[in-house]
Design a protein around this ligand. Sequence first.
Ligand code: ADP
Length: 334
Amino acid sequence: HSPVDPHAEPEERAVEAALRPSRLADFEGQPRVSDQLGLVLEAARHRGSTPDHVLLSGPPGLGKTTLAMIIAAEMGTQLRISSGPAIQHAGDLAAILSGLTEGEVFFLDEIHRMSRPAEEMLYLAMEDFRVDVVVGKGPGATAIPIDIPPFTLVGATTRSGMLPGPLRDRFGFTANLDFYDANALQHIVMRSADVLGVALDAASGMEIASRSRGTPRIANRLLRRVRDYAEVKHAGRVDPRITSEALELYEVDPLGLDRLDRAVLESICTKFGGGPVGLSTLAISVGEETETVEEVAEPFLVRLGFLMRTPRGRVATVRAWQHLGLTPPAQQDL
Ligand code: ADP
C-alpha cells in the first residue's frame, strides 16, 4: 500500500478520528467553504430549524467526513453514517431514514454509488421528509407513506459530475473541496503532531506538507511515518534532515511522487517513447490495477503537468522527462 494513496486504509480510521478537528474554527485550509458553511449553520440556528442539505465534493482525504462530523457537532446533534455502496436496496435506506431523530445529521458517503431505487426514495425524503414504503408485489402492491423527522443530509462524492441533476438540485448548499496549499497543510501537520505528542519543528512540518499532494490525510500519514523513523533511528528527535531521510526511505520524493507515480512516468517515457499509450497497457506494464493507476497516480500527475490524458492514450510531458532526468525526444512537440 502506497503512503501517498489518498484513500484511507481500514486500520487508519481510528488514528484519523483522533486527528479530526471537531469545530469549524479548527477546520483550516478551506476558508471559503468554512465561511459559507458557517453562515448556513448559523442561520439555521437562528431560525431554530435544521440546516439545508449539504453536498460535499472533492477527492478523497480532503475532509468531507470531518466536515460532516463538524456540522453535527456545531448543531449539537447526532451523526448517522452510511455510504452509497452500503445502500443497495431502497428498504435499507427507508430503515435508516425512519430511524432518524429530529435534527439529526445523516452523512451519506459516496452518494454517487447508490442504487437507482434508493436514490429515488432519497429525493422524496430530502424534499418532503417522507418515504414511500412499497408493501406487496405486482398489481396488489401499495405504497405506504411514512413521515420522517426533519434531518440534514450531508452527501459526499468524489465525482460530483456523476451525480444526477435532480439529486444535485435538492442540496441547498454545495461545497467543492480543493487540494490544500502547503502552508495550510503545514498548519494541519503541526496540529496533528501536537495531538500525537511529536516534537515537530516548522521546517520539518513544511517538508512533510510539501510532499503530501495537497491532501491532509496523506500529510497526517507521512507525519506518522516520520515519527516511526525518528523513534527507531533517532530516539524520537525530528529535524528537516531526519524528515527527508524518512520520506526517502518510504520512496516519497520532494514533489510527493511515490514509486507508482514514477513507475508510470518511466514506463511511458522509456517503454512507450513518451506515449500515447492506453491506460490498460500502461497499468499492465507497471504491474498495477487499472483503477489504481487511474484514480491514484494519474490525477496527481495530471495536476503537476507531468501527464496528459488524450483520446489516443496517456502522454508524458516534457516536464515529466525532465523530472526523471531523461532527455525528451527532440522531434516531438509535446
Ligand atoms: P474524506 O472524507 O474527504 O476522505 P476525511 O474527512 O476522512 O476525508 O479526512 C482525512 C483526514 O484528514 C482526517 O484525519 C482529518 O482529520 C484530516 N483532515 C482533513 N481535512 C482537514 C482540515 N481541514 N484540517 C485538519 N485536518 C483535516
